[in-house]
Design a protein around this ligand. Sequence first.
Ligand code: NAD
Length: 483
Amino acid sequence: MPDVLNLIDGALVEARDGGWRDSINPATGEPHTRCPDSSAADVDRAVSAAREAFPGWSSLPVAERSDALRRLADLIDEHRDDLARLESIDQGKVLSQAREIEIPRSAANFRFFAGAVEHAASSFHDMGGAGFNYTLRRPRGVVGCIAPWNLPLYLFTWKIAPALATGNTVVGKPSELTPATAGRLGELAIEAGLPRGVLNIVHGDGAVVGHRLVEHPEVGTITFTGGTSTGARIAETAGPLFKRISLELGGKNPVVVCEDADLDRAMPHIVRSAFSNQGQICLCGSRILVHRSRLEEFMEGFLPRVSALRTGDPLDPESDLGALVSREHLDKVQAYIELARSEGGKVACGGRRPPELPDRLDGGAFLEPTVLMGLPQSCRTNQEEIFGPVVSVQGFDSHGEAVRRANDVPYGLACSIWTNDLSRAHGMAARIDAGIIWVNCWMVRDLRTPFGGWKQSGVGREGGEEALRFFTESTNVCIGFEP
Ligand code: NAD
């Protein structure tokens, strides 16, 4: 594939000092493209371009901005096959996940926010005879959008779309592990006719490019998705500078299988929630809590289904799981499986490299879907985010205990509850500390709803109204009447 380039001030450019970094195909361990290894100077150029573009972009009629974003959405759709293939090669995900879910959703992000701003209203407060108030919502200026590697284009555009739709200009920083589709987005933004400087994309290391973006005095707003420890570093830098930050961080999401759950119906969804994208979705269910009266039956259904999943070439339509994002990440996930053993856990299935992979994939980061059992709630394996194809199954004796265990981790991103008892579902949903609760479903998304986490899973909310508020600053105007 051709080199990935930065998009700065409407032009596709190399890093100023000419540095590059290889992007590795995690299924083969071989480089498949390279991207600029940018420096703080490249970020500074991008921020200047964004600052200069801001007055023009923010004062365009809303419909014109929205039309530009819809053109970009149309181009993403037009290039869906190419983008999906790139995403699969760059990240290791199976092609169908990219083609059927992630790339269409990237286009949908632009269309959704293009429409949302056209229908947005701000508030009005009547004070009777004394006067009234109306609230202006104005774009905040240059926004820094920092994205992770797990759903590269999907999550990058989930930030860029609302930032641009509300009239801000953007400097985006994709993950250095998965730069390819962000590179294509830069090309498509030019083709869509986005005015120069409105969207800038700078590739490179998080500690260099990401950090410069966070500390840059002209970037007042940072939206970040990634690991909790990186989020803490960003908060530490941005806090004293009084920046507005949104942090979407890690998770350790429970799946609660109640006494009355319809297991036939639930099972395919629970398998999907555990192993989609090799378990590398922040919303994946990684702790399965099953009412003890159904535990044996659950395992009888679950283990054969998990063992039947095929792990292999991400481009092969027969594969259910592809590669993990990198060898380093695979090492980290495997270390957790060893840790689980040392904590007294049993590997009920998986836990190793699939034995029959083609030679071409010798250097790839593959791991069979893995199920752990027999671990206490308090152990590290049940408390820390693993972010791989590894789930732990625990039994519980009462639904109150299930709620306590669901909450007994430092995270609070998502939860799924499987039950046919209506009042139990509502009661649990009101007591589990998580930003998203699914009842009898998983990963069903409505872009109008608030998205984000409790506790160490994040600060702030994305989606719908929440995003429109985050990317705008309010000014209340009070009109007093003559007495
Ligand atoms: P990461 O924190 O390592 O990197 C995320 C991004 O931050 C990358 O672009 C990286 O280059 C950049 N970065 C790194 N150091 C930085 C710094 N000091 N300053 C500014 N930017 C910096 O995360 P990752 O490994 O790419 O992603 C996996 C993590 O993301 C997991 O913990 C996962 O749960 C989380 N995640 C959360 C959500 C959510 O919505 N809550 C969604 C997806 C992923």
